[in-house]
Design a protein around this ligand. Structure first.
Ligand code: PLP
Length: 355
């Protein structure tokens, strides 16, 4: 068995891949592939409906919110959010906790003013700033809940009276959230939801329609919502596989159950990092991510040999992002805890050899 600690895209359970591959050959008794069936058929409309229903059910989305399936990745949301919510002359508040947050606020500057309320850039984003104020006249407050590259995660929503917008690309569906605390949540699907090519947005209806600027139809949340996520040809396969994966998540007991597993997995690995004299974590302990565990070796010369040692045990994808170095073990929902134990065993065996 290969233990895939890669950061993505699209780490899903084997059974989901199997069902998806079957549907490429023949979808649901139609005699057609999921790739060729018209997206306007009742069969495919049922797929979109079920996907939206599962998102609502699994995240307990309250009344007054629309769930919409988009394209363009989270990166397009960086622009779509200010285009739809930030009027010229207004200011939006951004918390800068990494590369993705930096890219998001860069796009917002095209449409209005940006107030970076706090940033941990000077410390290479190794922590999440806590001490900041969000001016009450901000159009909205934007933050990234999980910083995929640096391995930090903000579990609590900062207190504010202004609408909260969150990039949840890399931790959505990994833990219980209270959607009512947010005005807009978006996520590239490709971590815990499904294949790349699909982007999820959960939008509080009342925040839309307040901006005068002309918005191209494809980039207008209202148009996309009114079009039932089918304003244009949707990414049919990515939606279908996401639906299968959300069914899998539901069958596991839903987000609360997977959160327990994610806690066990991350606690076990952080415990080993803190215990093993060869390794050390890279970010502040209180901000540690459950999804992306970043660590280095006390002796950097041992990093290459450890990478090889791990690969020999079918542990792949642990090389750290180039801006952090060392290692990053990404532990999305589909990664079994047995894989985490395999990595821990490898760290222990390696430490034995290098005492
Ligand atoms: N935001 C976060 C937190 C991410 O992890 C990523 C990609 O990994 C992105 C945004 C960019 O997503 P996309 O590639 O879908 O544009």
């Amino acid at each position: 068995m290969t233990h895939n600690f890669g950061a993505g895209p699209c780490i899903l359970p084997q059974e989901v891949f199997k069902q998806a591959s079957q549907a490429v050959l023949e979808f649901n008794g139609t005699g057609l592939s999921i790739l060729e069936i018209s997206h306007r058929t009742p069969e495919f409309e049922a797929v979109v409906d079920e996907t939206v229903r599962l998102v609502k059910e699994l995240l307990n989305v309250p009344e007054g919110y629309s769930v919409v399936l988009l394209q363009g990745g989270a990166s397009l949301q960086f622009a779509m959010v200010p285009m739809n919510l930030l009027a010229e002359g207004e200011t939006a508040a951004y918390l800068n906790t990494g590369v993705w947050a930096t890219k998001a606020l860069k796009e917002a500057k095209i449409f209005g003013n940006v107030n970076v309320v706090a940033s941990s850039k000077d410390d290479n984003f190794t922590f999440i700033p806590k001490d900041f104020e969000i001016p009450s006249d901000s159009a909205y407050f934007h933050y990234t809940s999980n910083n995929t590259i640096y391995g930090t995660e903000l579990m609590t929503v900062p207190e504010t009276s202004v609408p909260v917008v969150c990039d949840m690309s890399s931790d959505i569906f990994s833990r219980v959230i209270d959607v009512s605390q947010f005005s807009l949540i978006y996520a590239g699907a490709q971590k815990n939801m499904g294949p790349a090519g699909l982007t999820l947005a959960i939008v509080k209806d009342e925040i839309l329609g307040k901006i005068d600027r002309k918005i191209p139809s494809m980039l207008d949340y209202k148009v996309q919502i009114d079009g039932g996520s089918m304003y244009n040809t949707p990414p049919v396969f990515a939606i279908y596989v996401s639906m299968l994966n959300l069914r899998w998540l539901k069958s596991k007991g839903g987000v609360a159950e997977i959160e327990k597993e994610n806690i066990s997995k991350s606690e076990a690995l952080y415990k080993e990092i803190d215990r093993n004299p060869l390794f050390k974590g890279t970010c502040s302990i209180e901000d540690r991510s459950r999804m992306n565990v970043c660590f280095v070796m006390e002796n950097p010369e041992l990093e290459k040999p450890f990478l090889k040692f791990a690969e020999d045990r079918d542990i792949i994808g642990i090389k750290g992002h180039r801006s952090v170095g060392g290692f990053r073990a990404s532990m999305y929902n589909a990664l079994p805890i047995t894989s985490v134990h395999t990595l821990i065993d490898a760290m222990q065996e390696f430490a034995e050899k290098h005492r």
